[in-house]
Design a protein around this ligand. Structure first.
Ligand SMILES: Nc1ncnc2c1ncn2[C@@H]1O[C@H](COP(=O)(O)OP(=O)(O)O)[C@@H](O)[C@H]1O
Ligand SMILES: [Mg+2]
Length: 345
């Protein structure tokens, strides 16, 4: 591909430094994705301009008008500090007639709302844990017809925010308390789901129309005590010491019969299509003892850091980090945004 001018949108304060030298692991973790993408695009020969934004759209508008980027690399996950506005930023890019990487606004909106996406999946008869929603301000009065144990999470958060051992509840009292926690402490509607005991898989999907999946990835806990629920709590996901202590890692799923792996891959492509995703995404799933597979959620624009699940599973599937970023750019340039069908006066 020719040398492209790439505007990289990141959150204010996360414009990465030129080099990682002299920074602690904690500091690097804050802008690792941004650093990996900017540095790699630069090494690939592209002209890269990282831009930090938070509360104001005008820097985006100015950068697009003044610098005429070929494409905007979308690493922004929030606006005004709110994750729900990520799709609005992509809508803004569309209104600016600016190609961008990753998912279109509709797919972002649908997949961001876990309850809404589960409704769509159930319509298409995709297995997803049975659930009930308790909007903010609505306490538990009548028990939903769901079977304990249940797990309580926010309908809109991601990255395991608010997910802890206390999220898994086994009686009415604990359920009511956790619903209140999610509503009041996370300020979100609470999603209550039947808890699926079993293995947890992540599947990377890439493409607009023609889709490809990466090897099935699995979250493994080798040294977690038996009385601790094997779920991706915030600690499991982000606390390196905790991961070391309990032998927590993610790796290619072992021992899956090829027919089952193929079925999971097809299932993930269906989910991707039904939720109108484009660019790239990661589907989270659980499989119970009986081998039944349930879709937990779809993540549009998943974490792209080098060495994280998405990039690592791509690499295991034979796609290097550079090739992955190049594919993502190409898909962004080729995506058929509505504005492309309208002649410019
Ligand atoms: N129905 C469920 N059964 C078992 N574990 C679940 C269920 N829902 C969520 N989890 C656990 O909680 C984690 C976070 O939930 P998820 O819906 O993927 O939210 P997030 O957007 O924070 O990743 C999952 O990775 C999984 O370990
Ligand atoms: Mg998840």
């Amino acid at each position: 591909m020719k040398r492209l001018r790439v505007l990289v949108l990141v959150r204010e304060g996360l414009v990465p430094p030129e080099s990682m030298d002299g920074y602690s692991d904690e500091e690097i973790d804050r802008w690792k994705v941004e650093f990996d993408v900017v540095a790699t695009l630069h090494n690939m020969g592209h002209e890269v301009h990282p831009l930090g934004v938070q509360h104001d759209l005008s820097p985006i508008r100015r950068a697009i008008l003044d610098w005429s980027p070929d494409i905007t690399f979308m690493l922004l996950e929030e606006f005004h500090g709110l994750a729900v506005y990520d799709s609005a930023i992509v809508s803004y890019l569309e209104l600016m007639r600016q190609p961008y990487t990753g998912c279109n606004p509709r797919g972002m909106l649908l997949s961001r709302d876990k309850a809404l996406s589960k409704k769509i999946l159930r319509f298409h008869r995709v297995a997803t844990p049975r659930f009930a929603v308790f909007p903010r301000g609505k306490a538990l009065k009548r028990m939903p017809s769901l079977r304990f144990p249940l797990i309580v999470k926010s309908v809109a958060e991601d990255a395991s925010l608010g997910i802890a051992q206390a999220s898994v509840v086994r009686d009415r009292e604990a359920l009511a308390a956790r619903i209140t926690f999610v509503q009041q402490r996370l300020g979100a509607d609470a999603l209550v789901e039947e808890y699926i005991e079993g293995r947890e898989f992540y599947v990377g999907v890439i493409g607009n129309q023609r889709l490809e999946t990466f090897p099935i990835w699995e979250l493994v806990f080798s040294g977690l005590p038996d009385d601790v629920a094997r779920i991706a709590t915030a600690k499991v996901k982000w606390d390196r010491k905790y991961q070391k202590k309990y032998g927590i890692t993610t790796t290619a799923a072992e021992g899956l019969p090829p027919a089952l792996a193929a079925k999971i891959s097809r299932l993930c492509k269906r989910v991707y299509r039904e939720l109108h995703l484009s660019g790239y995404a990661r589907i989270d799933l659980r499989m119970n003892e009986a081998g039944q597979v349930f879709v937990l959620e779809a993540n549009a624009n998943p974490n792209l850091a080098y060495g994280e699940d998405f990039a690592e599973s791509a690499e295991t599937g034979g796609i290097s980090y550079e090739a992955l970023l190049q594919r993502i750019l190409k898909l962004g340039l080729k995506y058929q945004s509505p504005w492309k069908t309208v002649a410019v006066e």
